[in-house]
Every structure is written in C-alpha cells, then in structure tokens.
Design a binder for this molecule. Structure first.
Ligand code: PMP
Length: 353
C-alpha cells in the first residue's frame, strides 16, 4: 500500500477472481465459463466492428438494449447494459443502498457482494443459509433492507422458485430487491417477467456464462424505467462508454443466435446430471444445482486436498477457504469429455488416497 491511499479505502479487501494460470494447459473448471465458443456470427460482427474503433461506442448501447428488450419482453427503457454484470451490481449497490437502506444477502453467496458493499461504505448483514445450504425465503420477507440474492445461488447452485422470489419482492415495497441471475439459463426460473409488476425489482443477467462471452464483458439489468434511469445517472457519472463497440456488436449477434446458446445450455444441463450421478457413485455429496457448476464434497478426501491433487494433474476446480464450505469444491460443467476426464482423475486420486 502506498502512503497516498486514502484512509477510507485502506481497509478494503478486494475480490479474488478465480485463478487463470499460464504455466500449462489446464482443463479449466474453476470460473464457470462456457466450454463452447461463441457462434460464428459473433466473430464476424466483432471483426466488422473493429474497423470502426476510431469512433466512440454508443453511450446508449441502443442496439443491444433493443434486442435484449425484445427477448425479455420489456421496453428498451427498462434495460441497462454494462461492462459485465459486476458493473451493474456495483451501480445498483451505489444507487440503492446506504446507511439508511443497508444491504442484506446470504452468508454463503457471490463473494463480490461484501466487496462492493465495503467499497461503497454500505453496512450489510449476512443471513446464514439453512443447514442444507438453501436460502430460507422467510428470512427476507418484510426485512426492510436492500436485498441481493443470486438465483441460483453461488457457489451452491441451489435455486429459489419464482413464487419465493415474488414473495420477497412483494413484501419489501420500500426497498429494492436485486436478483442476480448470472446462472438462470441452466434451469432456474427468471424473475424478468415481474419487472412490470414491481417497481422495486431489479433483475441482473450476464453474457458471461450461457452466452459464451466472459471475455467480452457484457451484462445487463432489467427493471422499472425509474430504477433504470437512476442506474444510468451512475453510469453517466462514471463511464458513459462502458460497453465497447466490439462487445455490443458481439452481444447483438449472440442474441440473434439465441437457439445456439439455449441448445448449449441443454447440453450443459445433461452433462451436469451425468457428473452429479458419477460423483454420487464415488461417494460425494452434491448439492442440487440449477447452474453450470456443482458444489460437492466427499468424506473420503479433504476439499483442499482434492483441489490440489486435481491441479497437479492438470484439472482446475474452485476451492473456497471459508470455514462453512471448505470441504466443498465448486466444479464448472464443461464438455462431456472434460467431465469424463474429471471423474476418471478423481477416481484415481481416491484410490491412491
Ligand atoms: N453474479 C454471480 C453470482 C457470479 O458468479 C458472477 C461471475 N463471477 C457475476 C455475477 C459476474 O459476472 P460477469 O461480471 O462476468 O457478468
């Protein structure tokens, strides 16, 4: 730390992204990326757009907003497009939470929530998950705080029903409820259909997972026009050109190829069910996932040991050190060949153990 960092920020613990090692070619099952490349028309769109890089990008991100609005059956004025969904999460925390509207989220969830809260000096409460790692929706009913829930939750993969989400939104009319749907396309129900009914609901999604564009950085929020307008005030006060030309073009092309991506989601779901079955056969406890990852532990091997042993053999999975979940590992679902290799390698490790 330099002597110049302000006192205000000196205690900030930044988010730790999943490792991206360059020492060798790993089977990467640690950051929930898609194993499938973007569709061909995305590459063509990016190539065409990069010929215009001397010009600023569209600050209104009009083409992407219109296309997203069409797919999710809302008006373009109900859509904000951002540099990954992390950016819209940060904007939403800045806009809708403070000392008077503190934040609440589960104690086991996406690790960026406490970081954004601390960065923006927002007090927060973490509500413990139930012992089976589910979220109890009743804990959030009428809580009178700004709520953020990942649905499905991460890293557990467990989803709440749309009915439970609606009850939480309905019972907190004086606070914004942020539903982070980064993984919703892998089997959970989206709350996007409720944004016209509830003026306090903000639904956040990303192109990083189901749409194979983690490296392009594209996310979006859906909500009441007034909520979106508040978020735009923050966007125009930080970085009006937050979505670059190539990323917007890639996003629009991806949405035109929706069936390609939804088909890939189907394959990932099939591969997930296969992997769960195989892990259970090896004695693992696997939480019921509606995401493109599974969260699993075994009595036969310590969580960290399994992570390290797999890494030595060229397979990366994600291990978390938090006490409550340190026996688990989060495993991204890849191609069937990758999952077969994973299961084979875990069997070998268990035998050697
Ligand atoms: N929400 C959740 C629950 C996530 O796991 C992630 C991915 N790390 C994000 C949001 C952010 O994704 P991105 O910024 O790539 O859209």
């Amino acid at each position: 730390m330099s002597k110049f960092l302000t006192e205000r920020l000196s205690g900030l613990t930044p988010y730790t992204p999943g490792e991206q090692p360059k020492d060798m070619q790993y089977i990467k099952l640690n950051t929930n990326e898609s194993p499938f490349p973007p569709s061909e028309s995305v590459s063509v769109a990016v190539l065409n757009e990069c010929r215009k890089l001397q010009l600023y990008s569209d600050p209104e991100v009009t083409r992407a907003r219109e296309k997203i609005a069409q797919i999710y059956n809302v008006k373009p004025s109900q859509v904000i497009v951002t540099n990954g969904s992390d950016e819209v999460l940060n904007f939403a925390f800045m806009a809708f939470a403070d000392e008077k509207n503190p934040l609440v989220f589960p104690d086991i969830t996406y690790g960026f929530y406490p970081v954004f809260a601390e960065l923006n000096h927002i007090p927060f409460t973490e509500i413990p998950l139930v012992s089976d790692f589910t979220i109890n929706p009743h804990d959030y009913i009428g809580i009178n705080k700004t709520v953020v829930i990942a649905n499905p939750n991460a890293p557990t993969g467990i989803a709440l029903s749309l009915g439970d989400i609606e009850s939480i939104v309905k019972s907190n009319p004086n606070n914004v409820v942020i539903i982070d749907e980064a993984y919703v396309d892998f089997g959970a129900q989206s709350a996007a259909s409720l944004v016209d009914t509830y003026d306090n609901l903000l639904v956040i999604q990303t192109f990083s997972k189901s749409r194979s564009m983690a490296g392009a950085r594209l996310g979006f929020g859906l909500g009441n026009e007034k909520l979106i307008s508040d978020l735009n005030t923050i966007r125009y006060s930080t970085n009006p050109y937050n979505v670059n030309r190539m990323t917007e073009a890639a996003g629009v092309a991806a949405l035109q190829d929706n069936s390609y991506y939804m088909n890939n989601c189907k394959t990932i779901i099939e591969n997930r069910e296969w992997t769960v079955h195989e892990l259970e056969n090896l004695g693992f406890e696997v939480l019921p996932s509606k995401a493109n990852f599974v969260f699993a532990k075994s009595d036969k091997i310590d969580g960290k040991t399994l992570y390290l042993e797999l890494k030595k053999r060229g397979i990366l999975i994600r291990h978390f050190t938090k006490e409550k979940i340190c026996q688990f590992n989060r495993i991204t679902i890849g191609t069937i060949e990758q999952m077969q290799k994973l299961i084979e390698t875990i069997s070998e490790i268990l035998q050697e153990n």
